[in-house]
Design a protein around this ligand. Sequence first.
Ligand code: NAD
Length: 263
Amino acid sequence: MGTLDGKVAIITGAARGIGKAIAERFVAEGASVVISDIMEDAGKATAAELAKSGKAVFIAADVGDAASVAKLVEGAKKAFTGEIDILINNAGIVHSAEFLDLAEADFDKVLRVNLKGSFLVGQAVAKVMVEQVKAGKTPGAIVNMSSVNARLAIVNQIPYCVSKGGVSQLTNVMALGLSEWGIRVNAIGPGSIATEMLASVNTDKTARHRLFSRTPLRRLGEPDEIAKVAVFLASDAASYVTGQTIYADGGRLGLNYTVPVAD
Ligand code: NAD
């Protein structure tokens, strides 16, 4: 018996990285998973891989586009039981630029995916979840992907940090707005996780030192270490948890100095 037996979950940005790790855990825990992404080939490959051990399909969608999101939600309803029990709002992008150089279009691009995307998919799925509650079904759960950068600024990641601060507050307001139906909304705030987003850390010693010296556990997190938190927040084990951002960050937010790291 898996923790998520019989549940249908949509995971955005699940072709690779943290989203893919969440999809893998969810399938292992018995969920039927809709893997969604703008990267069609990689998304289809991930879904095909997971379909060998459980239930997984791929639906292409751009989270920043309302029409695309509507198609995702309809497709997800058709794919399995007709219901949606869990949403993981995981799709996210970065853009590096110094404050004085940041172009308006690049600010908009990041906010569109990370913040507006979480709102658009969150609202569309929440409407389905509310109808399910009205029909007597168990309330669903939504997990947004925030970051330690909701709280900690990076000087050349302006729209990213702003978007993640927004995602944590979006989590609060969604949790309040959906509480009367018992639908829970939480966020995960990962620290530095070993995905494509942090590929430079493998090759750049200075970047690695900078990160590890600010991480009490002195290592990157693995995508599966975020996936395990997602399982908890999506499952009945978190039945009284809503409106929270859980920081899985190797201790980063609690540190007010740097720790020594080996080369
Ligand atoms: P990643 O780049 O490996 O994966 C992100 C996925 O989102 C990709 O598959 C990409 O194609 C998809 N995506 C991008 N734009 C999209 C759009 N418009 N619509 C749908 N999908 C889209 O990154 P990751 O490291 O796995 O990050 C996943 C989430 O975790 C992001 O929200 C990120 O901000 C967050 N996060 C990551 C870290 C980290 O250290 N890796 C730390 C904190 C938070």
